[in-house]
Design a protein around this ligand. Structure first.
Ligand code: GCU
Length: 682
């Protein structure tokens, strides 16, 4: 059944007209199986080629025919050693795919320095077939730009997934360690196929129990399953664990007993999982415990944990998503205010993990001002793959363009071209940070649903995340095309319209939910439907009115010099642009400025008219997506077509809901009519 379980690794038979052409490039398979990673690589190639070509090529020790496929490392394969390829600079994870001649026979070689690189190369080779690329004259060289490419599971120990819309957690803690669900292997295969090399198993709002011996046995079982696929396991550490499970009266990071406890805990974890990746920590944020409870800094807390894992090669990913309990003048400013003074004070095995924007995973945010502002600290990107603020699993929103927009944003920290991608890959600050840790984290959208992600198209967000973590300068459109071909069909009548829908979908959601820089207007708590009227409650910054500040006269959050001056956290050239109502890019207008309803936009419309136009345009775009998908029925199996179509119908209904509810609310404040041509709903 086409239930989406296989993700983008479907390996369906290549159409007969082309299959013979591909078979000529897989007449023999030379691939070792001396290590678990080699065995996994060989198995994947056999599985993939069997599916795509009807039969797996016979295994061979030497190249004896044209069309051999040779996979491995100089150590695992005498044939590769004999080729004397230039593997320098590939590191552990990079690889080459090349058309070569071996003993007078044509062959394709997938070569790396290490088993992990060969595994990634094997998946890439399969992708070439899956996407129907030519295989003659290959000369590919791939090296990941970031070292840590990590999923963050916000999974609780009771299997509830915070902000998860794909069912319960896939970690079946109750049956672990003895029952290892085969799904764990498929999870590892999917991740390895896109280069993800780490996974944080538990929620950032963490439960200290994960660090107890009973759970460490379970963690070990998962780590053992993932290891052959190059995936390391990490855990979210609860800062107060020494008190909660350690019997200490304090968790003060400068207290010697606390430091000794964490050191012993780290040693214990590494006895279970020798290649344990390290800790992810949410501290002093949204009520979570942290070093500030003891008058210590984020650096004190992070460094204590870093010292505990350093002897074992572990890292600490310390989150910058912090905001204080007191009502702030502008929540957007708080992370910068707390972290910039600590620049240079973190141990080298600490990364500060920064969300893409300063508020919270909105449909659109300007890049976080911390990027470019901490030249002596490795910053890790945190994206949210699960769509907490973007319509959960039912709205079709391809996040590739959102990720790409942030990565390509120019911090101007060191002049033009100081992109966020260059901050996180370490190249921008190479003078102040030698060979730093680099990485990207993605809050996973994975659950126990058959299709893993809650909807077929949400699988693309997992996929795009992995590909962009490997290469932050990759094109989200090209990635969408690969995904569509692998997941659905290579038929050009399908590929172009499907990619078109995906690429347009992100702007559509911005338009119908939060156009022109509006943000955080979702219903309180659940964050699903519209709630721009939300007011009152425990904190000002958990309301919508805090963010939009609409009145009879105007709308928007003044973060320019006349307001909270959050713009001053950006490099001067960026601050000057964002802070000037005449120069700010219109997509960020109401993020940075409070603007009269009659403000003249670049289109010539007034702000009010432009808002109405954008909300309506968002709804229209969803209508177009729906119509496009209807036309694609001939090229997709009925099962998946039906579900996507049903979800698009929900999305259209709810886009209309967002538009109508938002406009009615703005009208209740500004007293204005809809401009001509934008009829009220019947
Ligand atoms: C958001 C989200 C929370 C999450 C938090 C975080 O506020 O709604 O569920 O815990 O982000 O990233 O820590």
């Amino acid at each position: 059944a086409e239930d989406g379980y296989e993700l983008w690794l479907r390996y369906r038979p290549i159409e007969a007209a082309r299959a013979d052409g591909y078979r000529a490039f897989a007449t023999q398979l030379l691939a070792g199986a001396a290590t678990p990673t080699q065995a996994a690589t060989r198995e994947e190639l056999q599985r993939g080629l069997r599916g795509l070509l009807g039969a797996a090529p016979p295994l061979a020790e030497r190249v004896t025919r044209d069309g051999a496929l040779v996979v491995g490392t100089p150590a695992s394969s005498p044939t590769i050693a004999g080729l004397r390829l230039d593997t320098e600079g590939l590191g552990r994870e990079g690889y080459l795919i090349r058309s070569v001649v071996v003993d007078g026979r044509k062959a394709t070689v997938v070569a790396a320095n290490d088993d992990a690189g060969a595994l990634y190369g094997a998946f890439h080779f399969l992708r070439l077939l899956q996407t129907r690329q030519p295989l003659d004259r290959l000369d590919l060289r791939e090296v990941p730009r970031l070292k840590l490419r990590v999923l963050n599971h916000w999974d609780n120990l009771d299997r509830h997934v915070e902000r998860g819309y794909a069912g319960e957690s896939i970690w079946d803690w109750h049956k672990l360690p003895d029952w290892r669900d085969p799904r764990y292997v498929d999870y590892a295969r999917a991740n390895a196929s896109i280069g993800i090399n780490g996974t944080v198993l538990n929620n950032v709002n963490s439960n200290a129990l994960i660090l107890t011996p009973m759970y460490l046995e379970k963690v070990k079982a998962l780590a053992d399953v993932f290891r052959p696929y190059g995936i390391r396991v990490y855990l979210s550490a609860r800062f107060s664990a020494p008190r909660e499970i350690g019997g200490l009266g304090t968790a003060d990071p400068l207290d010697p007993r606390v430091r000794a406890w964490w050191k012993a805990k780290a040693d214990e974890i590494y006895r279970h999982v020798p290649d344990f990746g390290g800790f992810l920590v949410k501290a002093n944020s949204e009520g979570q415990p942290g070093p500030q409870d003891y008058g210590r800094s984020h650096a004190d807390g992070a460094n204590m944990l870093a010292d505990a894992v350093a002897p074992h090669g572990g890292v600490v990913m310390w989150r910058a998503f912090v905001y204080s309990h007191e009502t702030p003048d502008d929540r957007a400013k708080q992370a910068y205010a707390e972290f910039v003074p600590l620049d240079g004070r973190f141990r080298p095995n600490v990364m500060v993990q920064v969300k893409n924007g300063a508020i919270d995973f909105q449909p659109r945010e300007p890049f976080h001002p911390l990027f470019g502002a901490m030249p002596k600290t490795p910053l890790m990107m945190e994206f949210q793959i699960t769509k907490e603020y973007l319509g959960f699993a039912t709205h079709l929103v391809y996040l590739g363009p959102l990720f790409e927009e942030t990565l390509r944003a120019d911090t101007k920290a060191k002049g033009e071209g100081s992109t966020v991608a260059r901050v996180i890959d370490g190249s921008l600050h190479a003078d102040t940070l030698q060979d730093p840790l680099t990485g990207m984290a993605g809050v996973a959208n994975i659950g126990a649903d058959r299709n893993w992600s809650g909807s077929h198209f949400d699988q693309a967000n997992w996929y795009a995340y992995g590909r962009l973590a490997w290469n932050p300068d990759a094109s989200s459109k090209a990635i969408a095309e690969d995904w569509v071909r692998m997941t659905f069909s290579n038929d050009p009548r399908f590929v172009a319209p499907a990619v078109g829908m995906m690429v347009a979908s992100r702007e559509a959601v911005v338009d119908y939910m939060t156009p022109l820089g509006l943000h955080h207007l979702m219903g309180r708590g659940h964050h699903y439907g519209p709630g721009p009227w939300v007011d009152g409650g425990p904190r000002a910054d958990w309301t919508s009115v805090y963010y939009h500040r609409a009145t009879r006269e105007g709308i928007g959050f003044d973060r320019s010099a006349s307001g909270s001056n959050a713009v001053a956290q950006y490099a001067p050239a960026v601050a000057a642009e964002f802070g000037d109502i005449a120069r700010v890019p219109e997509p960020f207008l109401l993020w940075f400025h409070h603007v009269p309803w009659d403000h003249r936009m670049r289109s010539g419309r007034t702000l009010w008219h432009e808002l109405v136009h954008r909300y309506t345009r968002g709804v229209d775009e969803v209508k177009k997506m729906r119509a496009a998908w209807d036309g694609l029925a001939p090229y997709v199996d009925a099962e998946r077509h039906r579900q996507v179509a049903a979800f698009l119908a929900i999305q259209e209904k709810e886009a209309q809901w967002w538009r109508d509810a938002s406009l009615a609310y703005w009208q209740s404040l500004n007293g204005r009519a809809l401009p001509p041509g934008y009829a009220p709903p019947p």
